[in-house]
Design a protein around this ligand. Structure first.
Ligand SMILES: [Zn+2]
Length: 123
């Protein structure tokens, strides 16, 4: 990592709690609020702009996100900023919706375990 990326990484990690059970990097800073569709996503200020922390962490680690792809929380924890593909993974919009529907139906969970185990751990 170069200096700038390392600096951003460190700034984020200062406000992260690493969950030893799930491996989630749980953001402890501000979020996008508790209402609406985009609620409970981690937010931070970077270069005078408010940005989504999990996106910053991902691009910092892997590079740009192609226009047609979205970042999905495979671990189903919106506050998780772990750039590992076990936690956040690039998918198409369609795939992301499919996963969300499946998660809602209770068919997938962390490591094949109970649904939203990861999310509940963060509370
Ligand atoms: Zn996670």
């Amino acid at each position: 990592m170069n200096g700038r990326r390392l600096e951003i990484h460190d700034r984020i990690m200062e406000r992260v709690f690493i969950d030893p059970m799930t491996g989630c990097w749980i953001w402890q800073g501000p979020t996008s609020g508790t209402k609406g569709r985009g609620k409970n996503y981690p937010r931070m200020s970077l270069g005078g702009q408010t940005v989504a922390v999990h996106l910053v962490m991902w691009t910092n680690e892997h590079g740009y996100i192609p226009g047609k792809k979205q970042l999905d929380h495979k671990c189903r924890n919106r506050l998780c900023v772990n750039p590992d593909p076990m936690h956040t993974e690039l998918v198409t919009h369609k795939e992301r919706q499919k996963r969300r529907d499946r998660a809602r139906a209770g068919m997938i969970g962390q490591n094949g375990g109970p649904l939203l185990e990861c999310e509940e751990m963060s509370r």
